[in-house]
Design a protein around this ligand. Sequence first.
Ligand SMILES: *Cc1c(COP(=O)(O)O)cnc(C)c1O
Length: 393
Amino acid sequence: MSNATELIHSIPVDPLTGSISVPIYQTSTFVQDAPGVNKGYDYARSNNPTRETLENIIAKLEGGVKTSAFASGLAAIDAVVKLLQSGDEILAVDDIYGGAFRLFTHIYAKFGIKVNYVDTTDVANVLDAITPNTKLIWLESPTNPTLKISDIAGIAKIAKQYGILLCVDNTFASPVLQQPIKLGADLVVHSATKYLGGHSDLIAGLVVSATQELGDQIKFIQNASGAILSPNDSWLIIRGVETLHLRMQEHCRNAEKVATFLVQHPVIDKVYYPGLISHSNHHIAAKQQSGFGGIISFTLKNDTEEAAKQVVCNTKLFKLAESLGGIKSLLCHPANMTHKSIPAEKRRAAGVSDSLIRLSIGLEHADDLIRDIEQALNKVTELAASENIAAFQ
Ligand SMILES: *Cc1c(COP(=O)(O)O)cnc(C)c1O
């Protein structure tokens, strides 16, 4: 059976009524026949049938054993860090999502958890950075926003050898393009706010575990801490997942066309897209992903915030907003938006320069997107021209 068919039919028909759409159980509690005798549900923080259906679909999609659905991607990340104890260390990819950096640095540092940021695109760097206290390796691949690719299978081998947990933030690829558990990861997290939801209409997170034991630990942490996903939002993600295959194919196709256009534009310096042969880890992306995704970043030859602003304030179809993975194309300026919480030198060292712009390629026609970005890029040329005039005056 094809993956698309399998995915669509992993969404169950309701056994009670035959409803082809998953029912939304909008309830806080479940009536018991006698104390402790129930139909598998007692209180909706612990479990809810709508949320459980979503969790089962995602576990299957990621090739994992158990999934827990959270109120946000960051709540999902938070639950994974809670597997650790004071004194433990995290070895994390340096080009990390800004919110994860904030959580690690400003919350967990207070509880005695240290984080070591490493360029994980070279497996040797991971090996060098492991200490006796390293208990968790944290990868994103591709990363946000410079689309760095790490060799998940290679790093998983090292993690196994040292008895370290490997967690991969799979938000950018989605389980349709990449399944980290099949490459050896122990845990996968998602901001389901992005591709899984797919319509920019909710905030949600997921943790998928490769083993029952880890899955039970995450579930315990979730019930103890309480950041669960609501039944309504669980249903919306199920609805999003129904078209995930179709959407990811089109996001990839559109992004490849836009990236090909960007590389030849004269005001552009670098284009970051794993599908380009010029991408430094293109071969690893090609090995571990079945498509290169819908996110592209680029920098300008005029590497200033002013030039970037000329672009991001002049597109019409690309809307200026944080977030990604929806049907409408978005663009953002990480230095001033998603990555503002990272100190400037650290941000630049990780490749997020002042002019870097991130595109989330939506499902509009590629030609329209190219025309839109082209007319905005031309504004940078005009900016340069007017600066030259000013210099002569
Ligand atoms: C958005 C995002 C998150 C955070 O998810 P929220 O749902 O916004 O809490 C984590 N990781 C990556 C890669 C993201 O893009």
